[in-house]
Design a protein around this ligand. Structure first.
Ligand code: FAD
Ligand code: MLT
Ligand code: ZN
Length: 561
């Protein structure tokens, strides 16, 4: 194990390398996904598409969620079977043949509809829309709609609201809290066809793009013009920028570039009744009353569908360097963080933590990383090394899944105590007889800790051989109580979805939860008893101006609000 002082020369090297503003040829990265073209792609932009640009993480790796190849995948249980307390809300209508005909008229293309209502489309075709990345949640939807324009989203939602058809907005379905899949037979509105870049201004760095653009493609697009998308995360090859905003995703660059709440300049959203809210501002400053777009950032598709975003993209650094240190204790890691900030100041883009157990799981699942690097340290000297160092970090999520399932906790904890949760959880599983690293009879394989230490954000993962209620009961609400005692947050970045629906009270006061309920009722009310109108009877609101409006609460029901 190297003493801490061995990290100092490496940190100084990083500082010098960045200060020199030279980009060594061997650290240049190739784009992986096919380049994205704008609606009106100019010849110059097309030439630029051949250029490459540096990034902070393993951008050319294949980030599409993958199944563990060498283990048979058991069928995912229906969410309604795993959580029998959840009951289908009888206010919602079941999709009929007439509804499907209407949607066909709105969307006007066979490619835009996956229809298991009027034809024999098999259950397996719906699997990717019904089941989540963790293989923990599974809905029973029989209709997927893929609108291509904002107007189509509007038409679909207006009709769903009138007909009391519940919907789930869905992006790349890489969410980790069960928010992106239906619980029962909600219609999935998948945004993947709404995927054009609308404009990019290389003076201001403002990108305006449809919600369904894949994050990696957005980053590569602005990369051609020497800018960087201010968000980067392991699911970049799959997740969509609109959904990134809907989840207020954090990721690997937040330390330097800030959150979605800070970088989003404007949004275009469709409200549950079909109204288009056009707030696609490109202004950095706009102090004119309530900032409504902020409600959609992190709203998790509960009050409307984001159809386009306007986002500030910073200038891309001309040099990127990565170092990987093996340190003997969490205290030493905190010292290294202090030193990294001292040496690198605002150019420090990421400071990530991975414990030995997480690297061991990754090693076992992927058979790629040498143990020597894990216990010592290395500064990337080549593009391949840079990629593989980042892969050691980004690959942990998938490695955790490899044995069957994973209980994931995504927490904000004050730095001095951040890693104690992993130690305490490990102690708990060592004493309750549920964990064994080798013996398949035990449900828990291992407890690992990693995350965005630079943002005080820990990912506690309990890798299991199967989802097991006894393991779940041991962890919940224990983890949330542990975090609440330290004034942390039960979700630093993944959101609440269905997974944390019952636990919001550990991080938000009654007053705040009540106010959130009022916001939901304003945008997507069931009874309309608060907000602009006066409730007449269930689902009908008489507005002060005499307009009567049906109110159904159709947006992403059964989730956190
Ligand atoms: P989905 O999973 O499809 O949807 C997520 C939520 O947003 C759902 O509630 C859905 O209803 C809603 N939604 C989707 N699109 C819209 C829309 N247009 N309008 C309104 N609501 C919408 N997250 C992080 O924060 N940081 C990370 O570092 C990170 N790393 C990850 C690494 C891996 C390997 C994986 C699998 C996931 C990771 N995630 C991370 C979680 C996930 O990728 C993010 O939450 C991401 O923003 C979800 O994007 P998506 O397109 O997959 O959305
Ligand atoms: C990460 O930081 O890797 C993501 O948030 C996903 C995860 O928690 O595994
Ligand atoms: Zn994360």
């Amino acid at each position: 194990m190297p003493p801490l002082h061995r990290t100092l020369p490496a940190l100084r090297r990083l500082r010098l390398a960045n200060a020199s503003f030279q980009q060594p040829a061997h650290l240049r990265l190739r784009p992986a996904a096919p380049p994205l073209r704008t609606l009106h792609s100019s010849p110059r932009a097309r030439q630029e598409e051949e250029k490459v640009s540096p990034t902070t993480s393993a951008s050319s790796a294949d980030h599409a969620p993958q199944d563990a190849p060498d283990r048979p995948q058991s069928k995912i249980k229906y969410t309604s079977d795993s959580y029998p307390d959840l009951k289908r809300d009888s206010r919602f209508k079941k999709v009929s043949k007439e509804d499907v005909e209407h949607f066909k008229k709105i969307l006007g293309s066979e490619a835009a509809i996956l229809d298991g209502v009027t034809n024999e489309t098999g259950e397996e075709d719906f699997e990717q829309y019904n089941s989540d990345w963790m293989r923990k949640y599974r809905g029973q939807c029989r209709l997927v709609l893929k609108p291509e324009t904002t107007e189509q989203v509007s038409g679909v939602l207006k009709y769903c609201n009138e007909q009391s058809l519940a919907v789930v907005p869905q992006g790349g379905n890489s969410g980790l809290v069960g928010g992106s899949v239906p619980v029962f037979d909600e219609i999935v509105i998948n945004l993947s066809r709404l995927n054009k870049v609308r404009s990019f201004d290389d003076v201001s760095g403002v990108l305006v793009a449809d919600a369904g653009v894949i994050l990696q493609q957005a980053d590569e697009y602005v990369g051609k013009q020497n800018h960087i998308f201010p968000l980067d995360l392991g699911a970049k090859g799959t997740c969509q920028i609109g959904a990134n905003v809907a989840t207020n995703a954090g990721g690997l660059r937040l330390l330097r570039y800030g959150s979605m709440h800070g970088n989003i300049l404007g949004l275009e959203c469709v409200l549950p009744d079909g109204t288009i809210m056009d707030d696609l501002s490109k202004l950095r400053k706009n102090n004119t009353g309530y900032d409504l777009k902020q409600l959609f950032i992190g709203g998790e598709g509960t009050i409307g569908i984001i159809t386009a975003i306007s986002i500030l993209c910073p200038q891309r650094s001309s040099a990127i360097n990565v170092a990987y240190f093996g340190l003997e204790s969490y205290e030493k890691v905190m010292e290294a963080f202090k030193e990294a900030k001292k040496q690198l100041g605002e150019i420090l883009s990421a400071f990530e933590l991975m414990d030995r157990q997480s690297q061991s799981l990754y090693h076992q699942a992927k058979h790629v990383m040498s143990e020597e690097i894990v216990s010592d340290g290395v500064v990337a000297e080549s593009e391949t090394q840079l990629q593989s160092l980042w892969a050691c970090r980004e690959g942990i999520s998938e490695a955790g899944q490899h044995w069957g399932g994973v209980y994931k906790y995504d927490l904000s904890i004050p730095l001095p105590e951040l890693y104690s949760l992993v130690e305490d959880a490990r102690k708990m599983f060592e004493s309750n007889g549920l964990m064994h690293t080798e013996d398949e009879k035990f449900p828990v394989k291992d407890v690992v800790g990693y995350g965005h230490m630079g943002d005080s954000n820990l990912h506690l993962n309990v890798a299991t051989r199967r989802y097991d209620k006894e393991v779940e009961r041991a962890l919940e609400p224990w983890v949330y109580e542990w975090v609440a005692k330290r004034q942390g947050s039960i979700s630093a970045e993944h959101g609440l979805g269905l997974a944390k629906k019952a636990f919001i009270g550990y991080s938000r006061s009654e007053t705040m939860i009540r106010l959130m309920g009022k916001i939901k009722e304003t945008f997507d009310p069931v009874s309309g008893s608060v907000g602009f109108g006066v409730s007449c009877c269930e689902g009908i609101v008489a507005y002060a101006d005499g307009l009567v409006c049906l109110q159904k609460g159709i947006m992403n029901p059964y989730k956190y609000i």
